[in-house]
Ligand binder design. Structure first.
Ligand SMILES: NC(=O)c1ccc[n+]([C@@H]2O[C@H](COP(=O)([O-])OP(=O)(O)OC[C@H]3O[C@@H](n4cnc5c(N)ncnc54)[C@H](OP(=O)(O)O)[C@@H]3O)[C@@H](O)[C@H]2O)c1
Length: 363
């Protein structure tokens, strides 16, 4: 088959989305429904209103597509069979990312080992033409000099000598970041090889960097997520991530990340093994913590104190290591993505915290 013959449209039948209750997964469901897809949303517990009510609310009059709930768990082999049966495409955004105090080994298993079951369910479906996996920029990033611009040709594990012995499978139980990066890279390699060997479907991946943008439901305010850190800054707390708060924020809007997944099931250009970094479209979307803080201050002058990194006389106390630089240019070129500008993304993130009542109108 040519790549175009794998391309999916709503006329090809239902599609399944795993991790559908999550921050990115929920936006994928909404975006696909807006384009007219019949979406099977895979969740672990369909009776947990905090995680599913916002999805069912999307079935309003006038919505072009529809959503129905299916229960499945990455740690239960075969549990995706029912949801995937008869589907034209699967978007796999579900993962054990470590927000819920999982051990590094559980993160590795939930992000890699258990994906073998998901692929087995894809193969058993007899109908899936496209499988799109939510990988991560972690599968790309590795030690490089300041200012180095990463592209889709980069893989974590490149330049292995610079890891100074830390890059090994033995590190998985000890180090969540290595467990996560290795899991995402190994999953990508697995799915491309499985799709190639099977021949009936293509596998593509989306590799997001710092995902921010509006929350659809309060449950999307996961502790340690990037959006949660922005909330903390709005509440006047110093940013504690990166190196003592110093970090280059390289932001991708959650709505663009979702759209890139849908465009990857539809593309006639992308093919098996295509991977798309979702980061800023240009340097305007890359900001040091102090620049993000200044942007928030200019947007919300009524808020008394907005947190950031240590400053002295309006200048950062220490310089920030200039990384990671990367852009979503391939997604723009091959998928036709038109990303949000950074001001809209940041404003919509914070405004969603206000409108969901997670932070009060007085800040
Ligand atoms: N947010 C970012 O900045 C970012 C950056 C790079 C990559 N990613 C990737 O994007 C994907 C989605 O992340 P997110 O930010 O949207 O996180 P999230 O809001 O925590 O969503 C994660 C989803 O995975 C599901 N899940 C967790 N454990 C599961 C299991 N054992 N079986 C089935 N489903 C399970 C959760 O479903 P339940 O409803 O059942 O809890 C939830 O819907 C992940 O693969 C993550 O690695 C995110």
């Amino acid at each position: 088959m040519f790549s175009a013959q794998f391309a999916v449209s709503p006329a090809d039948g239902p599609i399944a989305v795993t991790g559908a209750s999550g921050y990115i997964g929920s936006w994928i469901v909404q975006d696909c429904m807006e384009q007219g897809y019949e979406v099977r949303a895979c969740v672990r517990d369909k009776n947990n209103p905090d995680k599913v009510e916002h999805l069912l609310d999307l079935n309003y009059d006038g919505m072009r597509g529809s959503v129905s709930l299916y229960e499945a768990d990455l740690f239960k082999p075969g549990s995706y069979d029912e949801a995937f049966k008869g589907c034209a495409a699967v978007i796999h955004a579900g993962a054990t990312v470590g927000f819920n105090k999982e051990t590094p080994q559980e993160v590795y298993d939930g992000c890699f080992k258990e994906n073998a079951h998901v692929i087995e369910s894809v193969k058993r479906s007899g109908s899936v033409k496209r499988f799109v996996f939510t990988s991560s920029f972690a599968a790309v990033s590795h030690p490089r000099p300041e200012g180095y611009v990463f592209t889709e040709k980069d893989w974590c594990g490149d330049n292995i000598e610079a890891y100074k012995g830390r890059w090994s499978e033995e590190q998985i139980p000890e180090n969540r970041d290595i467990a996560y990066a290795m899991a995402k890279a190994n999953s990508e390699k697995l799915i491309y090889a499985e799709a190639e060997a099977d021949g009936s479907f293509e596998a593509l991946a989306i590799l997001p960097l710092h995902v921010v943008g509006p929350l659809i439901a309060p449950n999307h305010d996961q502790p340690w997520s990037w959006q949660n850190h922005i909330k903390g800054m709005m509440l006047g707390k110093a940013y504690r991530g990166g190196r003592e708060g110093r970090m280059l924020w390289n932001a991708a809007d959650v709505r663009d990340v979702a759209r890139a997944h849908r465009l990857s099931i539809e593309t006639t250009i992308g093919t098996n093994g295509s991977r798309y970094i979702m980061a800023a479209p240009d340097r305007s979307g890359e900001m040091y913590t102090w620049q993000l803080q200044a942007l928030l201050e200019s947007m919300y002058p009524m808020v008394d104190e907005i947190g950031g990194e240590p400053m002295e006389e309006d200048m950062p106390v220490k310089a920030t290591y200039d990384a990671p630089r990367a852009y979503c240019l391939l997604a723009m070129q091959e998928l036709g993505l038109e990303p949000f500008d950074i001001e809209t993304t940041i404003r919509d993130t914070v405004d969603s915290y206000y409108s969901l009542g997670i932070i009060g109108a007085d800040g």
